[in-house]
Design a protein around this ligand. Structure first.
Ligand code: CA
Length: 200
């Protein structure tokens, strides 16, 4: 979650009108009904507790823009994960459907080896980008070589992260992770309106 001079332009909102636009942008997403076949075909083996009501997909099923990369990873779900191979460049974008309108959180299976490799720029439905510090969950930052699940959060001033919820309409939505810190990794995602859900 270390800041970089250029990154501050994004983090402070100088280049974007407002972080508050996320929910408004989400409300328009139902206009886009284009399905994403790649994600629809991803099997759910239930090993992470996904169940039948949450929306679960592999990070590597997204649309990749280099220098974001898919890497082979025998410890990852599906044997692959997505890694930012450069700072502040590249992206991965997923399209997913939710059956009902509501308030959602998005869990991500990530590995954050240190605090210099633990963030993406997250945006939903083309809205403003927020800094998601992947090593943060419930007020605690955990780094190391192990996989862990964290919910997308909003980092304020690089320090006081807050859980980010998304107000989604029924239908299709897009989520984009832009590269922020080289070496940040994401494996799998779970979109859920069950705010008490915790992946296994
Ligand atoms: Ca994966």
């Amino acid at each position: 979650m270390r800041s970089h001079p250029l990154v501050l332009l994004f983090a402070c909102g100088c280049l974007f009108p407002s972080l508050d636009g996320l929910d408004e942008a989400a409300s328009d997403a139902s206009k886009d009904s284009t399905p994403n076949d790649a994600i629809a075909d991803v099997p759910n083996d239930g090993s992470d507790g996904c169940g039948t009501t949450n929306v679960c997909f592999e990070a590597e099923s997204g649309v990749i823009v280099a220098p974001m990369e898919v890497q082979d990873d025998p410890t990852a779900s599906g044997g692959k994960s997505v890694i930012a191979s450069a700072n502040n460049a590249g992206s991965v974008t997923w399209t997913f459907d939710v059956a009902t309108a509501g308030t959602y959180v998005i869990w991500c299976r990530i590995v954050a080896t240190n605090e210099g490799t633990d963030s993406f720029f997250a945006s939903i439905d083309g809205g403003s980008a927020i800094e998601y510090d992947t090593s943060w969950q419930n007020g605690t930052t955990t780094v190391g070589p192990q996989w862990q699940w964290t919910e997308i959060n909003t980092a304020q001033d690089q320090t006081d992260e807050m859980l980010r919820t998304f107000t989604l309409s029924a239908g299709s939505h897009t989520l984009e992770f832009g590269g922020r810190e080289q070496g940040s990794v994401v494996d799998r995602l779970i979109v859920t309106s069950d705010l008490g859900f915790v992946p296994l």
